[in-house]
Design a protein around this ligand. Structure first.
Ligand code: WTA
Length: 652
């Protein structure tokens, strides 16, 4: 497979960017021409950001799995599509060629059909990182069912919320999951969730850990038995259902600054074109490369850059079930060495954690196959960047610092490996088709910050530097279409803060060359180990604990996680054992949201700093959590200034 739209030089980048701004429809039609369609589009783009309403490739028909599977069969049917490495280094790895993956996806799509699933039905997937997870995702797409993958670290309550919101009718799970030295009982978590989910009619359970599970008659069925049924039916084929360009492909829930997580909706054609385009260009994938993304398929990174982007490009994508630190901190480098990985895409939090274990775990590992390194999920600090560059890339691998979001579907700002300049700790330049700009609090553009007007790149550094809130002013093909079941929430959250702009929720700087540096969230969303967690969500969970009157949650700098969670809690129950109370609260949060949202610090307080109108002054709490005790700003407008002194004195 060749990629005629792969950018090869800085000059080509400049001209692609220019064309994408001057003639976006022509530009994207040129890329989209290289995919398999049942019917081509009538119109490339229809849009407004007030609705918002964005339609890419209207009138076109396709199935994304034909682009990820069928179209590769003739030329590279025997090439590995997925290489799977188990959690357990002793267990044999598995390789699925494109032919085998195609066969298994069709087979499981027939299982879904046997269970009554039709186009448009919602399917909840809660599985470990095994090939069957990718197979389940693609099987849904094959028949037009909408998948909603829930990360294995979420609790029963979180799963129930997501199932109810999407009104899903079927769950795909496994008996259990291995993660490092832990066995996680996924099916029993699902059983707890389903007590609240009458919409679920069927549960398909893959065998993985052989932990005992309860199987409810009429509802629960084993994956393996379902496959046998399909085998006895004879015909292994499963024609791909024809989808309209703007039919929903999947829902993925993500946290915001208010309320419960919302279901971000992506649709078929635009998402396919953009994830492929960005994959091929950012990582500069070459046919035959082994590409390893360490994310979980439960997050957007796994959707776009383990499954859809790489497979639509005919790439070999490595799926790793385990964690970087088990059996020891050399595990990731062993995987790179074992499979001669060429492109490695991981998160700053993983780098910082491995850095802490020292160089002994990197020594004696052959990392010479690596050509490109990538990071995603949070700003990468200079120390981690240097360590990654020197000890993993040995100073010869470009590092792509990729900025994007669940809502953007694909990478929007990043250098292109060894093609556009990299700058340590900077996401750098927008991809062609992406028009970022920075605005101040009032929505006024920061001079010189608009890539489409001011030019994306100034080699001589003669652009104007500035900082502000990061917005995008023109749609790209994989932009969020709606939040499931509540379109107005989508408008309010992303398109209402600044009229006719998509607001990212991130702050950024732009230097004189045009490089963007993302500085982090400017709203009440935390980024803990690269996972998005809403402060309001954590507060709601804490407030469920008996004895808790009120709470306020803020982030603070954490050496490994990037941000840690600091909770200030007013507790009215029996306070004899504060340590036990804190542990109980942590347990409550793990129950309500999942272990990823556990607070790192819980401080019991007698009051919270509030304005006279009753609003919690988070700014002050954030400063206290960060340890900036002498720089709290004006506290005179507080209802009860004394409470600040108490909180300061008892800071953890
Ligand atoms: C942050 C993950 C700095 C940012 C793909 C964004 C980053 C949020 C970077 C989205 C980066 C992601 N540099 N910050 N390279 N990449 N972020 O939805 O705050 O899980 O808004 O998507 O992660 O997180 P999400």
């Amino acid at each position: 497979m060749s990629y005629p739209y792969q950018i090869k030089s800085l000059e080509e980048y400049q001209s692609a960017y220019k064309q994408s701004v001057e003639d976006p429809e022509g530009f994207w039609a040129g890329v989209a021409d290289h995919f398999t369609w049942h019917r081509k589009w009538d119109k490339v783009l229809d849009w407004n950001f007030t609705g918002p309403e964005v339609k890419w490739f209207s009138g076109a028909q396709l199935n994304i799995t034909e682009n990820c599977l069928d179209r590769h069969l003739a030329e590279r049917g025997d090439q590995p599509a997925i290489i799977w490495e188990s959690n357990d280094p002793e267990e044999d790895h598995r390789v699925l060629s494109y032919k085998e993956l195609h066969f298994k996806v069709c087979q499981f799509a027939n299982v879904l059909k046997n269970n009554g699933i039709k186009k448009g039905d919602r399917i909840c997937i809660y599985m470990p990182m095994v090939p069957e997870l990718a197979i389940a995702v693609l099987a849904c797409a094959r028949i037009g069912a909408i998948h909603s993958v829930v990360f294995g670290g979420f609790s029963a309550q979180s799963i129930a919320d997501r199932i109810q919101d999407a009104q899903a009718s079927l769950v795909i799970t496994s008996d259990g999951a291995y993660r490092g030295n832990k066995d996680i009982p996924l099916k029993s978590v699902i059983d707890d969730a389903l007590v609240q989910c009458p919409s679920i009619k069927k549960v398909i359970v893959l065998t993985r850990t052989r932990v005992p599970v309860s199987m409810i008659k009429g509802r629960d069925t084993w994956w393996e038995d379902e496959i046998k049924k399909v085998e006895t039916q004879g015909n292994p084929a499963c024609p791909a259902v024809t989808m309209d360009a703007e039919d929903m492909l999947f829902i993925l829930y993500t946290s915001g600054s208010t309320g419960k997580p919302k279901g971000v909706v992506h649709t078929c054609a635009g998402y396919m074109v953009y994830t492929n385009y960005s994959f091929v260009n950012v990582f500069q994938y070459q046919p035959g490369d082994v590409y390893f993304c360490t994310a979980d398929i439960g997050w957007i990174t796994g959707h776009s850059y383990i499954v859809y982007g790489p497979l639509s490009a005919g790439a070999t994508t490595l799926l790793f079930e385990g964690i970087p630190t088990w059996p020891d901190a050399g595990r990731m480098w062993d995987v790179v060495d074992k499979f001669k990985v060429n492109i490695l895409y991981t998160a700053p939090t993983a780098i910082r954690s491995l850095m802490g274990f020292g160089l002994d775990y990197v020594k004696n590992k052959d990392l010479s196959s690596l050509r490109v390194l990538g990071t995603v999920g949070e700003p990468i600090n200079e120390e981690a960047w240097n360590w990654y560059n020197e000890n993993i890339g040995k100073g010869r691998c470009p590092i792509v610092d990729t900025w994007w979001q669940t809502e953007t579907g694909g990478i929007l700002i990043s250098n292109l490996a060894a093609v556009t300049p990299q700058k340590r700790s900077h996401a750098t330049l927008p991809l062609p088709g992406v028009q970022p700009l920075l605005v101040d609090e009032k929505g006024e553009p920061i001079p010189g910050s608009d890539a489409a007007i001011d030019g994306p790149y100034h080699a001589k550094g003669d652009g104007t530097a500035g900082s502000g809130n990061l917005c995008i002013k023109f749609p790209w093909p994989s932009i969020i279409r709606t939040t499931y079941g509540d379109h107005d929430r989508c408008r309010q959250t992303y398109f209402a803060t600044y009229p006719s702009l998509y607001f990212t929720g991130d702050g950024a700087l732009r230097d004189e060359e045009g490089n963007y540096r993302i500085t982090g969230r400017v709203d009440d969303v935390l980024n803990v180990s690269g996972h998005r967690i809403g402060t309001a969500e954590v507060e709601n969970a804490i407030n469920m604990h008996t004895g808790v009157v009120e709470s306020a949650v803020v982030g603070y700098p954490h050496d490994i996680k990037g941000q840690g969670i600091y909770a200030f809690v007013i507790f009215n129950g029996n306070k004899t054992d504060e340590i036990l109370i804190s542990k109980d609260i942590v347990q409550t949060v793990a129950r309500i949201i999942g272990p990823i949202a556990k607070p790192d610090k819980i401080q019991l307080v007698s009051g919270l700093p509030k304005t006279r109108s009753g609003k919690i002054m988070r700014r002050i709490l954030r400063k206290i959590a960060e340890g900036e005790l002498n720089n709290l700003g004006d506290t005179s407008t507080l209802l009860d200034p004394a409470v600040v002194e108490e909180i300061k004195n008892n800071r953890l």
